[in-house]
Design a protein around this ligand. Structure first.
Ligand code: ZN
Length: 309
């Protein structure tokens, strides 16, 4: 044991080497992650509770690093808004959990430039209610929560063929009371939906109907039958769709209602999988996030917070 100091020295070098290697490895892993920015701050839903649910799901997938940009509260002064200028260029995808006042023109222009330049945009539930008077946003989302006079309505017939109802005709935007409903996949080969069962039961949610907009270049990935007995329209309403915007990709799902502290719809494994894969696709054009083993079946809702999941 006389030369124990000499024995520990190489050990220290080895340890230092391991630490350096580990740091380099984790830095590389972080670099490979998708940089996602959630925008919140105003919503007719409880964004203070729903942003953390989505942030945790995104981070736990291991595929994303997540920052949050929170706008000023409603009725804030122009000075308060001047401090809201997120640097979209630092991110691969922006996820909107925002439904509130118009953003200042420079922020709107920055988002347009970011998406048209190749950035990703993910629109969740009431985020498509926002910005009626922003033409580029309406192009990006395709359909929003708008009056029937605003634009066309798009539904699917039973064969999955797109049916356009001209503006001014048919119902405007709405939903019946929240209930569980079946999601029907319409594009089984799209990266977001590939591998999902052709129908699956979504947890209790608002089933949006009568969404309106320019609806150009929409690829509708999934729909849900809006039952008149449940306050619906009797038509297959779009639930998940994607739209190209310049070099960028926009993913929208109208699922994901939450009120108070009840985020049942967001705890649906189906919703969560759609959000993760939709955000990944918007960022990269590819999907690597797998369909989890506990994905909903055609008959059964699956929640990620269910006992014994
Ligand atoms: Zn809602």
């Amino acid at each position: 044991m006389a030369n124990s100091r000499n024995q520990t020295l190489p050990a220290r070098f080895a340890l230092a080497f391991l630490v350096v290697a580990w740091l380099a490895g984790s830095a590389a892993a972080d670099e490979a992650k998708i940089r996602l920015l959630i925008i919140d701050g105003q919503n007719n839903h409880n964004w203070k509770d729903t942003t953390p649910v989505m942030k945790a799901d995104l981070e736990q997938s291991g595929r994303f690093t997540v920052d949050v940009a929170t706008t000023p509260a409603a009725k804030s002064s122009p000075t308060a808004w001047e401090s809201f200028h997120p640097d979209f260029s630092r991110y691969d995808v922006v996820l909107s959990n925002y439904n509130g006042e118009p953003w200042p023109a420079p922020v709107r222009e920055a988002l347009e430039a970011y998406v048209s330049g190749g950035g990703g945009l993910a629109i969740i539930h009431a985020a498509n209610n926002a910005f009626t008077d922003w033409p580029a946003y309406n192009q990006m989302i395709g359909l929003g929560w708008r009056s029937p006079k605003f634009g066309d309505r798009v539904t699917l017939d039973d064969e999955g063929k797109v049916v356009r109802t001209p503006k001014g005709e048919g119902p405007g935007s709405g939903h019946g009371p929240p209930h569980p409903f079946v999601i029907t996949i319409r594009e089984p080969e799209h990266p977001i939906t590939k591998g999902m069962p052709s129908t699956w039961m979504h947890a209790k949610d608002e089933l949006y109907h009568g969404q309106r907009g320019p609806a150009l270049h929409m690829e509708i990935l999934a729909s849900a039958f809006s039952d008149k007995a449940k306050g619906g329209t009797g038509a297959n309403e779009p639930m998940i769709w994607v739209i190209p915007f310049g070099k960028g990709r926009v993913f929208t799902t109208v699922m994901g209602h939450a009120m108070g502290n009840d985020a049942t719809a967001m705890h649906c494994v189906g919703f969560k999988t759609v959000m993760l894969r939709g955000a990944e696709w918007a960022a990269t054009g590819r999907v690597t996030i797998p369909i989890p083993a506990n994905f909903p079946t055609p008959e059964s809702v699956r929640r990620d917070d269910a006992p014994g999941k």
